[in-house]
Write a protein of this length. Structure first.
Length: 98
């Protein structure tokens, strides 16, 4: 499987989302994390299956949470550029779309 690389600030976005859900309900942050891991596994297996949102960037909608994973696939790795809440204005991550 392809290596996964989180570009800043996507790593911080992941941590912030986990902390937010954990604060809402004990254990919910862990559930979010596992849903994200499942999402990343699917992206690794089928990197070109999801909708393009840029020349190279694709987006994956998480199943249980209102988040999308923006990523750039290539032959060796998956570069995650954003873990974005779907209800936030997209301008904050638009400059990361390639």
């Amino acid at each position: 499987m392809r290596e996964v690389l989180f570009l800043p600030p996507s790593d911080r976005e992941m941590d912030d989302a986990i902390a937010f859900y954990e604060k809402q309900q004990s254990g919910l942050g862990t559930i979010f994390f596992h849903d994200l891991l499942d999402s990343i596994t699917l992206i690794q297996k089928y990197p070109y299956s999801w909708r393009k949102v840029g020349v190279h960037t694709r987006r994956f909608l998480m199943k249980r949470f209102p988040y999308l994973v923006l990523y750039v696939p290539d032959d060796e790795r998956i570069v995650i550029t954003a873990i974005a809440h779907q209800h936030r204005h997209p301008e904050y991550y638009m400059q990361r779309i390639k």
